[in-house]
Design a protein around this ligand. Structure first.
Ligand SMILES: [Zn+2]
Length: 315
């Protein structure tokens, strides 16, 4: 990166790329009193992701923590089971942030972009800091595709399955953004992008997230290797983007939901270590303990670290 020099030397901001400038301005935003105040006064702090009274919607629709996402067509180089790019939350983790900007009110302003990056930094600094081995480093790639597509109108065809309803809203702007980024449409383009940043960043894991103002079937969701989030974050609000992002990242790495309305149970085989969901509110003693997979809080239960695949055998 530019601006190299003696440690502690001031950064020559004129040499920074657009990505670096966004990252730096987001970091500075997080140091501001107004940002810290918004965090200490955030709405619905500690509330369960299941929703409830007030304006906050349930974090997932139809009890789907992970949806199918963009279809992937077989490619000649594919083996029988392509390796997932995010098997465990360990080592260097590349995060692709795609800030999708459309016409008019669908434009993503520079202050909104800065806020999104700040929220992601904040959410992932929690997940990185919670790693027992302190071995997790997030490295970012930021894309800012500009597309001319109007917002989606109409409704999915009658009888569409749930996955098709997500895809109805997501596909037009997503494939437009992928084209603007130089990738093919659908899951293949997303996979190519994730693999590209994983290689470029010399990372052990990689995933990406699309941020948009376009209409969605639901305001935040995980499609396995990628996330889709609306800037407004529905009733949870923009100051909770950090925790929603951290929670959804949990799903990328295989962690299950733990709040009652998710319909969880204490069984199953989840995440890198294939462990059951013992902190599920529906069956854990006393409903279990607070956890980012259960509540809007910076808490980590004893089970989620295994689901995330943290390096846990730390002396
Ligand atoms: Zn969830």
């Amino acid at each position: 990166m530019g601006g190299g020099g003696a440690p502690g030397a001031p950064i020559n901001e004129e040499e920074l790329s657009s990505q670096e400038r966004l990252g730096l301005s987001a970091f500075r935003m997080r140091l501001s009193d107004s940002y810290k105040g918004a965090k200490s006064d955030r709405a619905y702090a500690g509330a369960e992701w299941g929703g409830g009274d007030g304006d906050r919607p349930r974090l997932h629709r139809d009890e789907r923590a992970v949806v199918r996402g963009a279809p992937i067509l077989p490619e000649p180089e594919d083996g029988p089971a392509p390796a997932p790019e995010a098997r465990r939350l360990s080592g260097r983790v590349a995060v692709g942030i795609v800030l999708v900007s459309g016409p008019g009110r669908l434009a993503m302003s520079s202050s909104q972009k800065q806020k999104i990056i700040a929220e992601i930094q904040n959410g992932l600094s929690y997940l990185g800091g919670a790693a027992p081995a302190r071995d997790v480093t997030f490295v970012y790639d930021i894309k800012e595709p500009q597309i001319a597509l109007p917002d989606t109108t109409g409704e999915p065809p009658a009888g569409s399955g749930i996955d098709a309803q997500y895809e109805f809203y997501e596909r037009p702007w997503r494939d437009g953004a992928l084209a603007a980024m130089g990738f093919q449409p659908g899951g293949n383009g997303i996979r190519s992008y994730i693999r590209q940043i994983k290689a470029e960043k010399r990372a052990q894991a990689a995933y990406c997230c699309f941020f948009t103002h376009y209409r969605l079937y639901h305001f935040a969701y995980c499609s396995g290797s990628y996330l889709t989030m609306s800037y407004e974050n529905d009733g949870w609000g923009v100051d909770n983007l950090d925790r929603v992002f951290a929670h959804e990242t949990g799903h990328v790495f295989g962690a299950p939901d733990e709040y009652a309305e998710s319909g969880c149970n204490c069984g199953g085989s989840w995440g890198f270590f294939g462990r059951p969901n013992l902190n599920c509110e529906n069956c854990a003693d006393g409903g279990g303990v607070s956890c980012i997979m259960k509540r809007n809080s910076w808490d980590m239960c004893s089970e989620t670290p295994f689901h995330l695949g943290y390096v846990t055998n730390v002396a």
